[in-house]
Write a protein that binds this ligand. Structure first.
Ligand code: GAR
Length: 185
């Protein structure tokens, strides 16, 4: 059975959708949830589901200690779910073709450093886009630039607020992210 680690920096609704999915689908197991933010609600979600969790700072993420810890725990795949730090070389090399991210827009538009959460939805709105969506992609050393695995669109109305756009995107994320991860295992 493959062991998955989820890394998240915030609320963790995607992490929870993935956790629930892999309680039913037993070819992989969510073995660990990690966060760079000790206040992140995702840690409480992990606790509530009886999943081991850990926190780390930017230095530990970048100096190879997080990579060593994940390898020690026998992790096969890393899933980023609302994770805000750039993944360093040590982890990219430790987990070749085994790190996946979700981005709340249709890459290559509206990606890159600083583009996360509501900032993305605000930018989509400001650009007057008629559709947005989700992008699931492999992770490389540049933000949001790895090979695209899956995209799904959703229409947006001119009157939608960034929060309403976020809600539409979250519906797609929760519906597709767990299944796409399953298909990659
Ligand atoms: C999700 O919409 C995810 O796509 C986005 O953060 C949100 C986290 O929500 N990720 C990024 O913006 C990464 N650039 P969640 O904590 O409720 O899962």
């Amino acid at each position: 059975m493959k062991k998955i680690a989820i890394l998240a920096s915030g609320n963790g609704t995607n992490a929870e959708a993935i956790i629930l999915h892999f309680k039913m689908v037993t070819k992989a197991k969510i073995a660990l949830v990690g966060s760079n933010n000790p206040q992140a609600y995702v840690l409480e979600r992990a606790e509530n589901h009886g999943i081991a969790h850990f926190t780390f700072d930017k230095k530990e993420f970048e100096n190879g200690s997080v990579n060593a810890f994940l390898l020690l725990k026998g992790i096969d795949m890393i899933i980023l779910a609302g994770f805000l730090l750039r993944v360093p070389e040590s982890i990219i090399q430790g987990f070749p073709n085994a790190i996946v991210n979700i981005h709340p827009a249709l890459l290559p538009k509206f990606g890159g450093k600083g583009m996360y959460g509501n900032r993305v939805h605000q930018a989509v709105k400001d650009a007057g886009e008629k559709v947005t969506g989700i992008t699931i992609h492999w992770v490389n050393e540049n933000y949001d630039e790895g090979k695209i695995i899956f995209q799904q669109e959703v229409p947006i109305d001119e009157s939608d607020t960034p929060e309403q756009i976020a809600e539409k995107v979250h519906v797609l994320e929760h519906k597709y992210y767990p299944k796409v991860i399953e298909s990659l295992i």
